[in-house]
Every structure is written in structure tokens, then in C-alpha cells.
Design a protein. Structure first.
Length: 437
């Protein structure tokens, strides 16, 4: 498994085991939301025996993880998930808003769990069907003309000879973080993101994370939450790391992104309320859209655009040995390139729906996402492994931004933006709770 079990406080263990640690093979009928939550956790752990990517984090009672090692059959897992969801629907609707959100969270997570079992059993879902079933969301579809228009706007910003992709790659070589300065620059970005986050969000005093540099991964960065307010953040160095990734990774994986999200859930929901379902993170579930969406949007929360440009120009670029006079030029191009983000969804949608093969998907990413050959192949491997998960980054970010801004958390209202962001991080809200219909 990817994440070691961490023993919670005695108080948490007392709450989470109040109904008894019934073996998965012979579940007793659940009569309360807490018992259903316990059953949900055990089912997530049981799927983890079939799917090593499914359990992204677990820090609940270690005996529950031990019980899951018997490899419960997938059909039995699906049957139990359906039973729990049906029992949950029979429990009276609570008056408390957070309790209602908790009910909704468990219902949607159980439904996604059932869908994941169907997929593991061989059922093939098209891209949009899969994203709806697993993440409770469907990304918009964009025609090629949408991306061609953005590429046309990039053309005059990247003058020279040859195809646009080659000109883009030639241009951005000047902005590669030297490997011998990568950690120093990344640590400066982490320090700044942490200081800015702590000015607005109260975190547990002993929260922390370590950073590791790894290779041979299909992703660029990953946060492995370990419980007890600790994370391990891994940065993949297979491909060149560009200067903008310093703040992007520090904010997305750390502050105020994944690390803060998990720490607040552990503090506010697991420890303070005894909601044990949040001691496990099922990767292929609606929770991931909130996790990735807040992590991506967190980059804008922790730094406004002018603040980021100033900090990078004054601190990060000199530390990296990159000409700081080109900061504005760099982001004028990168802001347009970011608008190509939905091209990854289109490549995944076509590939996973069987309309194109892996080579064509990589070619699409080169043409419409401006990825070089190696990066396009890495992205295709990510699609093959994580499938419709890709929507959680761009659609998730857009949904989180819309939700927070409609509640007054605009860029010119930074305090309100932080308040709404923290409330979302520390709550059981899922895509259906933030969707704008």
C-alpha cells in the first residue's frame, strides 16, 4: 500500500470503534451514520487489496487495515456498499447542515465505490460516464477550433522559424530550474506559501511535511498524507522542471493545497467530530475533485497575480539564476498555455472512449496542449493509469473558483476569499454541493 497506517489518539479510537470491529466477512446491520461510516472505511480498505492505487491515505485504526488483508471478493464489496447506502437513506434527515453534508458525502462516496468495483470487474465506461460515476462531474467538451484559437494568440508571442511547439520549447529552455538549485528554490516557495497560509488559516502546531525527489512516475508531483498532520511530498524530476512549478507545486501539494486540506479534515472532522470516514481517502471518488480543485485554485488564493510576479522577480528567479527581467514575458505566454489545459481532457476522452489509440493521444497533446514528445508520452501514461481523473484538475479548479467567487471570495476581497476557501477545505462538501447549475 502507498500509505502507512497511523494510530490515532485514544479518543478517536474510542469513537471509531464504538460499534465494535466487526469482521468484513459478516457485517452486522448498521443502525447509525457512525456505523455506516465504519463500514465505508472497511470497504475502501477492502478494495485496496484489489486496486493498489485506490487507498491514497489511511490513518484510522490499524486493526481495520489488518482485517482487510483477506481480500474480500469484489462482488461482496459491491453488495455491502449498496446495503450501506440503502440503510443510510432510511436514517432520518438531520437538522444540522454539516450532518446533512456528511450524509451526502457518504452516499456519493459509496456510490462511486460501487462504480469502481464495476470497473475492476471489467465493465467499460466511456470517459464521461466514468467521470460522472466516480467524480460526480462531467467536463465540458471543446472542439479543436477552441484550442486552435488559443494557439493562434500564442503565435505572435513566440516568433521565429519552425512549428509553434518547437518555438515554444526553444523559448522556455531559458526558464528551466537547474537541478542543483531545484530544492533551494522549492524550499523558498514552500516557506512563502506556508507563511501566507498561516496568516489566514490556523493549522495544528505540529503539522509538517518532507520533500523527496523521485523519478519514473507518470505525474509531476504527489502528496502522500500520513496522518498526524504529516505528509510526504514527492517531486518527479524525469523531465525538466520550469520556474513556475516552484510555487505551483508548493501551493498545490503543500500550502494551502493537499497538505492543508488533509490536515484540516483530520483536525475538524476526524478528531473533533469522530467522523472516521475521513481517515481514509479513496482516490477514485468525488472527494478527489474537491481535493485537486482546491489545490489548483489555492495557487491563486495564496498569491494574487501581482504578488506572485513580484515575489518571483525579487526572490525565486534570482535564486534560480534566471533573468528576472523576463517574468512578465514568461507569464504572458504561460497564461495562454494554461488555457490549453482542457486539451488533456479531450485526449483522454477520445482515447478512453476508443476513438484514438495511445500514439494519437500523445500526438493530440503535442498539437493542442503544446507538450513536447516526452511530456506528451508521460501525460498519456497518466491517462492510461488514472483515466478520467484528469478532469479533477481543470474542471475541479474552475468549479472551486466559481463556488468561492459567487460567495464573495473574489480577488479584490482576499479576506473573504480565504474564509470561503478554508470553509470548503474543512467541510465534507463534494462536487454536487458546489456545482453551479
Amino acid at each position: 500500500m502507498k500509505c502507512a497506517s497511523i494510530v490515532l489518539s485514544l479518543a478517536l479510537l474510542a469513537v471509531s470503534t464504538a460499534g465494535g470491529a466487526t469482521p468484513l466477512a459478516t457485517p452486522a446491520p448498521a443502525t447509525s451514520v457512525n456505523e455506516i461510516a465504519e463500514g465505508y472505511v472497511k470497504l475502501v480498505l477492502a478494495i485496496g487489496q484489489h486496486d493498489p492505487d485506490y487507498v491514497d491515505a489511511y490513518y484510522g485504526p490499524p486493526e481495520w487495515k489488518k482485517q482487510s488483508e483477506g481480500k474480500k471478493p469484489l462482488d461482496a464489496i459491491a453488495h455491502e456498499a449498496t446495503r450501506l447506502r440503502e440503510q443510510l437513506a432510511k436514517i432520518s434527515e438531520p437538522a444540522d447542515e454539516l450532518e446533512r453534508l456528511r450524509r451526502s458525502y457518504l452516499t456519493k462516496q459509496l456510490s462511486a465505490l460501487e462504480a469502481r468495483v464495476r470497473i475492476l470487474n471489467g465493465e467499460h465506461l466511456k470517459f464521461d460516464e466514468e467521470s460522472q460515476a466516480l467524480y460526480d462531474a462531467v467536463a465540458p467538451t471543446f472542439p479543436e477550433a477552441h484550442f486552435q484559437e488559443i494557439l493562434a494568440r500564442l503565435e505572435p508571442k513566440l516568433p521565429g522559424e519552425g512549428p509553434l511547439l518547437q518555438r515554444y520549447e526553444n523559448w522556455r529552455r531559458a526558464f528551466v530550474l537547474p537541478k542543483d538549485k531545484l530544492d533551494a528554490v522549492f524550499q523558498l516557495a514552500i516557506k512563502a506559501c506556508r507563511e501566507r497560509t498561516l496568516a489566514h488559516i490556523k493549522l495544528p502546531p505540529d503539522e509538517n511535511f518532507s520533500v523527496e525527489y523521485v523519478t519514473n512516475k507518470p505525474w509531476g508531483g504527489y502528496n502522500w498524507y500520513k496522518g498526524n498532520y504529516r505528509s510526504v511530498i514527492q517531486v518527479n524530476t524525469d523531465l525538466p522542471v520550469y520556474i513556475d512549478r516552484a510555487i505551483d507545486l508548493a501551493a498545490h501539494e503543500g500550502y494551502p493545497g493537499h497538505h492543508v486540506y488533509n490536515a484540516l479534515l483530520e483536525k475538524n472532522l476526524v478528531r473533533d467530530r469522530g467522523w472516521v470516514e475521513f481517515s481514509v481517502y479513496a482516490l477514485f471518488s468525488p472527494q478527489s475533485l474537491i481535493a485537486e480543485g482546491t489545490a489548483n485554485f489555492g495557487r491563486e488564493v495564496v498569491f494574487t497575480k501581482p504578488e506572485r510576479l513580484a515575489f518571483e522577480k525579487e526572490v525565486l528567479w534570482p535564486a534560480a539564476g534566471i533573468d528576472p527581467s523576463r517574468v512578465v514575458e514568461f507569464y504572458e505566454v504561460q497564461d495562454l498555455v494554461k488555457k490549453l489545459g482542457y486539451a488533456t481532457n479531450e485526449a483522454a476522452r477520445r482515447y478512453l472512449s476508443g476513438d484514438i489509440n495511445a500514439a494519437a493521444a500523445a500526438a493530440w497533446l503535442q498539437k493542442y496542449a503544446l507538450m513536447d514528445e516526452k511530456r506528451a508520452k508521460q501525460a498519456t501514461k497518466f491517462i492510461e493509469k488514472y483515466r478520467s481523473y484528469v478532469i479533477n484538475y481543470n474542471l475541479g479548479e474552475d468549479m472551486v473558483r466559481s463556488y468561492i467567487e459567487k460567495r464573495g471570495g473574489t480577488e479584490n476581497q482576499p479576506e473573504q476569499r480565504w474564509r470561503e476557501f478554508e470553509e470548503l477545505l474543512a467541510s465534507p462538501r463534494l462536487p454536487g454541493d458546489i456545482r453551479s447549475d
